[in-house]
Design a protein around this ligand. Structure first.
Ligand code: 4AD
Ligand code: MG
Length: 477
């Protein structure tokens, strides 16, 4: 007999006299019906136990959460709700589960409770569906780049540079915390640290990816990044995964085309390949919506939203146009925004981004040509001398999904910018070298993977789309 997955069994149209499956009990009803799940699909297989001929002690051990090895005959189901089921001929308990203490009971649990039990939450339908989609999206991302001539580059996780210049880094050290070596100024002497200098966990692989773009042409990174920003929101993690393509000889317009095509492609992949999980999450959202007041309900279902994005063009709007729209919009005039937009140059807060995307344009928006002084040092200065070739992609319900730019490729302009921002040339000598030896126009962007997973699954808290979230004051598991 060959061991099969629940997914394989459920796709059978014929009876099979002997099948074998292993999984965990979701429910056991009327001493007779086991709903068994093995993670291969959102659906359970119903296993029908001949309770009259089964040992009572064994029946007692069939509890929610227990692991079993079941053998039997796959037959057309007598009941509603499933096409096939297993008439059980033998049950072996692989691992008992104490029904008194097992946290995942067959009932609705709050997401907060499940976060505290993140090691077991993928035993629920919602979290197993979310994590299968997360896996499928990662695959779709690699597939897209592979099919489009990109090389996968592994950027270092420990770095000596702050790519974004925001100073939100986690220090990496193995100095003795009780007795660290001190320098002449009485401060910790990192020259004596493991790497002979101050090092941190990376906030972005971009600067290193640029070096590879300037030799291999088209590259991307996809790895963990770390930010010590103390923002306890439903859209920020301290450890998150970022996808960063970087392409030589590509300008900002090309960057926008790439980002749009890429996002449409990966979302289309899951629409085509993960239908059951999406339908489940779609229904979950619709049920949740029913408990909300009319004004807060979604005007599109999850699948409709995904299709809308894959089938419509993103709206491209300059920062200057966006400021004009915001300045004269109702919530600004009626002082409904927390931060009122008065003049050109203001940094956009998430309330403004969400107004533009959700109320004004009602579709994904690419904002570009931002004021230089609210963006990172490496962005290409425009001819006007005050804006840079930056782009942010904003999504309904999420806000900023992508941040990218055309990079400053002119050595003198870059040096001047670094000087103005007090960035040490010596730290980034290798980055400057790229502008000395065969410099060229190049561009790239960073996509926050968890924000993409949020959009694709309809989950509203970023902590619920990564296996073990790291946030301020929380690094359990
Ligand atoms: O806009 P950011 O800071 O851009 C960069 O890091 C560039 N170096 C990217 C590049 O051009 N190669 O971050 C990129 C994206 C954001 O748009 C957002 O989706 C996500 O990363 N992000 C976060 N996601 C979760 N938690 C956080 N704390 C995040 N910070 C940024
Ligand atoms: Mg950004």
């Amino acid at each position: 007999m060959q061991l099969r997955t629940v997914s394989e069994l459920l796709s059978q149209n014929i009876s099979i006299p002997e099948v074998e499956v292993k999984g965990w009990v979701r429910t056991f009803r009327a001493n007779r019906f086991i709903a068994l799940n093995d993670g291969s699909t959102i659906n359970n297989i119903q296993c029908v136990v001949d309770f009259e001929n089964t040992d009572e002690a064994l029946l007692k051990r069939i509890t929610t959460g227990a692991a079993m090895h079941i053998k039997g005959e796959l037959v057309e189901s007598q009941g509603k709700g499933q096409k096939v089921e297993i008439n059980v001929s033998s049950i072996e308990i692989l691992g008992d589960s104490d029904p008194e203490t097992f946290p995942i009971q067959p009932k609705k649990h709050s997401f907060e409770f499940l976060r505290e039990n993140a090691h077991l939450r993928t035993r629920t339908n919602t979290f197993s569906a979310v994590m299968r989609l997360r896996s499928a999206l990662s695959f779709a991302i690699h597939k897209y780049f592979n099919e489009n001539g990109f090389y996968y580059m592994h950027a270092p996780i420990i770095t000596g540079s702050d790519a974004e210049g925001a100073g939100e880094m986690f220090r990496v050290t193995n100095l003795d915390d009780k007795n660290p070596p001190l320098n002449d100024e009485g401060r910790v002497d990192y020259k004596e640290d493991f790497f002979g200098k101050e090092t941190n966990l990376t906030v972005s692989g971009q600067l290193e990816a640029e070096t590879y773009a300037m030799s291999l042409g088209k590259v991307y990174t996809f790895g963990p990044t770390f930010r010590a920003e103390n923002s306890n929101t439903s859209r920020h993690l301290s450890e998150f995964w970022m996808i960063e393509p970087e392409v030589a000889f590509m300008d900002l317009a090309g960057n926008m085309d790439l980002a749009e095509d890429f996002m449409k492609s990966v979302l289309s992949y899951v629409l085509e390949n993960n239908h059951e999980d999406l339908e489940f999450l779609d229904k979950r959202l619709q049920d949740e919506d029913k408990t909300k007041p009319q004004a807060e309900r979604n005007d599109m279902s999850l699948i409709e939203k995904l299709k809308f994005v894959t089938e419509n063009n993103f709206k491209r709007v300059s920062y200057t146009e966006a400021i004009d729209i915001l300045r004269s919009c109702k919530p600004n005039k009626k002082k409904k925004f927390k931060y009122i937009i008065n003049e050109w140059g203001a940094d956009l807060q998430s309330e403004h981004e969400r107004f533009l995307v959700e109320k004004h344009f009602k579709c994904p928006v690419i904002l570009f040509d931002y004021p230089a002084n609210i963006k990172a040092f490496y962005m290409r200065l425009n001819e006007d001398g005050k804006t840079v070739r930056a782009m942010d992609i904003l999504f309904p319900g999420i806000g900023e999904m992508v941040g990218g730019s055309q990079r400053e490729e002119r050595l003198d302009v870059l040096k001047e910018k670094m000087k103005a921002l007090d960035i040490d040339e010596k730290e980034l000598w290798w980055y400057l070298d790229l502008r000395k030896y065969g410099t060229a126009v190049h561009s790239g962007f960073g996509l926050g993977f968890e924000r993409l997973v949020m959009f694709a699954t309809g989950m509203s808290n970023i902590r619920d789309v990564i296996p073990f979230p790291r946030t301020p004051q929380n690094a359990e598991f």
